[in-house]
Design a binder for this molecule. Structure first.
Ligand code: GAL
Length: 675
């Protein structure tokens, strides 16, 4: 077993999901049937107690943990381990009735009513006290249970609260950040504009929707604060459960490219990153291939949050969800493909929402491993097949991927771009640019990490940093060193416009010395209407279509690779490169499709000595490396059979030696242990 495996006790990969036996306490036969089904499906771990606060504490101070004890004991006796949640994902009604300050206040200053879930104030002292109490009781009783393998903190944290306690805390947070100096804050936020100067921290309100939303530095700091405050609340939960057994790791289930929290900061405080994945398979706006590549990109995002260890696929639906506008079934074989893709891209787990369908309420028709009608059905058979497959590829647990190419993506930068007043006002498409870049460079044959601008660049040979709008001095320095040490860097329009508090860099964009690195400066930014087009032309005659935006560049000492073909900036530079020894700094001033950027990407890889492993059109390949073996995953991301050439080793799924061409059935997968 590799030393980095997430769950050494499982001796392989985890196969499980959210399980809510407290909904079934009046149905004693159901639990026995479920255990039987779990064994048939190769389920080796379950996530318990995610929304169980009202079952643990139905009235203030009255506790019932005996049902959980029985469930965990019985599961353990049957070889099934528990990931136990802290129950802050939803609160009992008595708590909100007695202590209304536990409920959030919205951006108009109105307090929410009790209901749904995820509606707690992260600052409320009484909420934290009650939460700490229930978490402490859970930990006292279960932290040393032999079946416990992980804590699951809350559920899909997110959201903001504008209550008086949060406002006071925000003001304190600002005092620390701006050294208790209101003039420092006034300068950083440029508050002289529109007479928005503050005379003391107590005057500052968060960006209420009917209040102050025009100070961009305030808006960004509010997002940073909210994220910090949620992380702080999470950390109070972690401290409560770790107090009784520090060796049990913790995770928090994150959401795909979620905008509301800075996951990079949050991930520092959890032991493993896990995420909940609900792609819209078989939709009518993109190809299946595109859906699958975008999903691989999401896995790379989560893998990058803690690059030294595997991540976890905490939730996905066995068949369909019930909350999307159109809730289509996954076609036969697609759940298996999705499961093995998660493993291929660095997960050590395949977990579902949910193991058994709830009989009533919101999620009664959401997909599950065990249906209302039982387990004699297609979905269950597919899940059982996945369980068997995961056992066959158990040695993969704890192995890792290797990438020479990285894309930069940061929440701070994302929030700043979203709120920038200009360009396309409502949607500057930062995430889209990142995702499309990932997909196309992956199609070209690269494995790609998604990293932060605070990460160590020296691990990579090629870096793509689109729309790097905020540039701090350390980041500019690190990028410059990267290039001077032979790295290949590609940046785009909207690079280096502002500093950390969103003040424009003076002296030309890209700021902080990056203009020298690229040998260009950007004089103007032109935004195109949706039906407007421009084009750029390369020396070899290639012409690419431009949408959305064009920067007008002045070249200092860079080589011009392409120029605009239309408008008043016709014939002026659109794509440039400046060489620094073996390193290169490319600047793409116009927004073209990611596909059109591939030739430059390929050139960068060539110059960096990165080999691209281009696969047949509908095949994706990922490799996991370990001490005991190297595992090549070939995934057929289409509903047609496909061939892969030059494969050598043992296919762990079939147990057969393979050498030469292999054929993959529609949605088929091979996991080849190299010789
Ligand atoms: C997730 C959530 C689960 C369940 C699921 C349904 O976002 O964490 O509790 O509601 O969605 O798809």
């Amino acid at each position: 077993m590799e030393k980095n495996a997430v769950f050494p006790k499982l001796n392989g990969l985890a196969h499980g999901g959210d399980y809510n036996p407290d909904q079934w306490l009046g149905y004693p036969d159901v639990f026995a049937q479920d255990i039987d089904a779990f064994k048939k499906a190769g389920i080796n771990c379950v996530s318990l107690g995610i929304f169980s606060w009202a079952s643990y504490e139905p009235r203030e101070g009255e506790y019932h943990f005996e049902w959980l004890q029985h469930v965990m004991d019985t599961l353990y006796e049957n070889g099934i381990y528990t990931i136990l949640a802290t129950p802050s994902g939803a609160r009992p009604a008595w708590l909100d009735k007695k202590y209304p300050e536990c409920m959030r206040v919205d951006a108009y200053g109105i307090r929410n009513h009790h209901g749904d879930r995820h509606n707690h104030c992260m600052s409320s002292k009484i909420f934290r006290e009650k939460l700490n109490n229930i978490n402490t009781l859970l930990a006292q009783r279960f932290a040393n249970h032999p079946g416990l393998i992980m804590w699951h903190i809350s559920n899909e944290m997110g959201g903001e609260c504008f209550c008086p306690e949060c406002i006071a805390k925000f003001q304190e947070w600002l005092k620390v950040k701006y050294h208790n100096d209101i003039n420092e804050l006034n300068h950083a936020w440029w508050t002289t504009f529109w007479s928005h100067k503050y005379s003391c921290f107590e005057e500052i309100e968060p960006p209420f929707w009917n209040g102050e939303t025009s100070i961009l530095g305030l808006n960004l700091d509010w997002k940073r604060f909210t994220s910090w405050n949620m992380t702080d609340c999470m950390n109070s939960e972690i401290a409560a459960v770790k107090a009784y057994n520090p060796d049990i790791p913790v995770t928090a289930n994150l959401m795909n490219f979620f905008n509301g929290l800075d996951y990079r900061e949050m991930a520092k405080d959890i032991d493993y990153v896990s995420w909940d994945s609900y792609p819209r398979f078989h939709n009518d706006w993109e190809t299946f291939d595109d859906t699958m590549r975008e999903l691989a990109c999401s896995h790379a995002l989560f893998r990058g949050l803690k690059p030294d260890r595997p991540f976890m696929l905490m939730e996905c639906t066995p068949s369909l969800v019930n909350w999307q506008p159109y809730n289509k079934l996954k076609r036969p074989g697609v759940m298996r493909l999705q499961a093995l893709q998660a493993i291929a891209t660095g997960s050590d787990t395949v977990q579902y929402f949910q193991l058994r369908k709830s009989r009533g309420s919101f999620e009664q028709f959401h997909g599950a491993v065990i249906d209302h009608a039982g387990i004699d059905n297609r979905v269950f058979r597919e899940i059982a097949q996945i369980g068997a497959d995961l056992k066959k590829i158990a040695p993969v647990a704890g192995t890792h991927l290797k990438a020479d190419v990285a894309i930069l993506f940061d929440w701070d930068n994302r929030w700043a771009i979203q709120d920038m007043k200009g360009m396309i006002y409502d949607d500057k498409k930062y995430e889209r640019v990142v995702i499309e870049g990932w997909k196309e460079f992956n199609r070209a044959g690269a494995e790609i990490d998604i990293i932060s601008y605070n990460d160590d660049f020296s691990k990579y040979k090629v870096i793509y940093a689109p729309m790097l709008y905020i540039v701090r001095p350390e980041v500019a320095k690190a990028l410059t060193e990267f290039v001077k040490n032979g790295g290949q860097l590609l940046c785009t329009y909207m690079t280096g416009y502002v500093n950390e508090t969103l003040l424009a860099h003076l002296g030309g964009f890209p700021g902080e010395g990056l203009s020298d690195l690229f040998g260009v400066y950007s004089e103007e930014l032109d935004t195109l209407f949706p039906s407007d087009r421009n084009h750029i032309k390369f020396a070899d005659g290639t012409v690419c279509e431009v949408k959305d935006c064009c920067e007008v560049l002045k070249v200092k000492d860079a080589e011009i690779l392409a120029a605009y073909t239309e408008d008043f900036y016709k014939d002026t530079p659109a794509v440039t490169v400046k060489k620094h020894g073996k390193g290169s700094a490319y600047y793409y001033a116009a927004r073209v499709s990611a596909k059109d950027m591939v030739p430059i990407f390929e050139q960068m890889c060539k110059d960096a000595g990165v080999t691209l492993e281009k696969m047949p059109e509908t095949i994706t390949r990922h490799v996991r490396y370990g001490e005991e073996g190297t595992y090549h995953f070939y995934l057929n991301i289409s509903n047609q059979s496909a061939e892969v050439c030059a494969v050598k080793g043992t296919d762990l799924l079939t147990g057969k030696a393979v050498s030469g061409n292999i054929s993959l059935e529609p949605y088929g997968v091979a996991v080849v242990k190299a010789e």
